[in-house]
Ligand binder design. Structure first.
Ligand code: NAP
Length: 305
């Protein structure tokens, strides 16, 4: 039989690489399977200010590469490959990727979450032609232009603030009359001179001619419909966990997140869920890395049994 790793980590974000670091440092043979590049969603974040130890902040891509290097220093191995299916109940656990099959005594699921779509007609076709899910990635294309942001959570407000420093005008469209975002953000948002907020408003359609030219919106209180001219639309209405691989094998909550508490244990012994993909109160880099450390410790104990 092929090599059986002590731990296979699926997903090379902060949670995955922290699990790999702790496991490899504890002497476990550790394989990280990552589809694209290390860092996960964090790698798309230009400036991270709330990860301790970096008084000037740190760019997410660099932090991702450093987390990978830290785990590899102790012998963790990375393969850039897409995982296609898993058999988590098998002994050892089986992971099929587009590069081949891997076997592990334990598996850490660290597949993260991706932006949720708004669901308006034309949305997917216009990605890259006016529709985006990441201001840090695409904001620079809208220098001096008018953009809209949909959503009222921390992400939407953070996106609006990033864009306010690039675009001529930012229109934040939120379906209610209060923001979900933490109070800390409110002041900065209200003080930004080029940010306008459309309360109680939903986007019902996209206007385009090759590229996005505007939005059709509706006020949910008055029912009034109108059009907003803009060059870009940044959609920030929450995240969708990447749990397609484990659906049917692990218990998922209503939002599709893997049911696991702070121990990161799932209902299958030797399988752990870390970071944004599990049920948790807060999804941050710092919570993901904490999960990774806990999962590796749990895996060590499991392997001793
Ligand atoms: P979120 O907190 O779930 O907010 C999603 C927002 O999108 C809500 O305002 C929601 O409206 C709105 N929304 C959802 N579906 C919609 C739809 N179909 N049409 C229009 N609006 C819709 O998600 P998030 O902002 O992505 O944040 C995810 C997690 O990351 C949160 O825990 C957040 O605190 C954290 N985060 C933290 C920071 C930070 O601390 N610096 C930064 C970014 C994210 P309602 O309010 O009406 O539900």
């Amino acid at each position: 039989m092929e090599k059986v790793y002590d731990m296979i980590v699926i997903g090379g974000g902060p949670g995955g690489y922290t699990a790999a670091l702790y496991a490899a440092r504890a002497g476990l043979s550790t394989l990280v399977l990552e589809r694209l590049s290390p860092g996960g969603q964090m790698a798309l974040t230009h400036q991270i200010d709330n990860y301790p130890g970096f008084p000037e902040g740190v760019d997410g891509f660099t932090l991702g590469m450093d987390m990978k290097a830290g785990a590899e220093r102790f012998g963790a191995v990375t393969r850039l490959t897409e995982v296609l299916s898993v058999d988590l109940k098998a002994q050892p656990k089986r992971v099929d990727s587009d590069e081949g099959t891997y076997y592990g005594r334990t598996v850490v699921v660290a597949t993260g979450a991706s932006p949720r779509a708004l669901g308006v007609p034309g949305e997917q076709e216009l990605v890259g032609r006016g529709v985006s899910y990441c201001a840090t990635c695409d904001g620079m294309f809208y220098r001096g232009k008018t953009v809209a942001v949909v959503g009222g959570g921390n992400s939407a407000v953070a996106e609006a603030l990033v864009l306010s420093r690039i675009a001529k005008k930012v229109i934040l469209i939120h379906r209610r009359d209060t923001l979900r975002a933490t109070k800390l953000y409110h002041k900065s948002l209200l003080e930004a001179p080029n940010v306008e907020i459309c309360w109680n408003t939903v986007v019902t359609g996209l206007d385009y001619d090759q590229v996005l030219t505007g939005l059709e919106v509706e006020n949910v209180v008055t029912g009034e419909r109108s059009a907003i001219a803009c060059d870009g639309l940044f959609i920030s209405v929450g995240r969708k966990p990447a749990t397609g691989l484990v659906a049917g094998q692990l218990e998922l909550d209503q939002g599709g997140y893997i049911v696991a508490d702070g121990s990161t244990r799932t209902q299958i012994p030797g399988v752990y869920a870390v970071g944004d993909v599990r049920t948790t109160y807060l999804r941050q880099v710092v919570t993901a890395v904490a999960d990774g450390a806990v999962a590796a410790h749990q895996a060590e104990e499991h392997l001793l049994r």
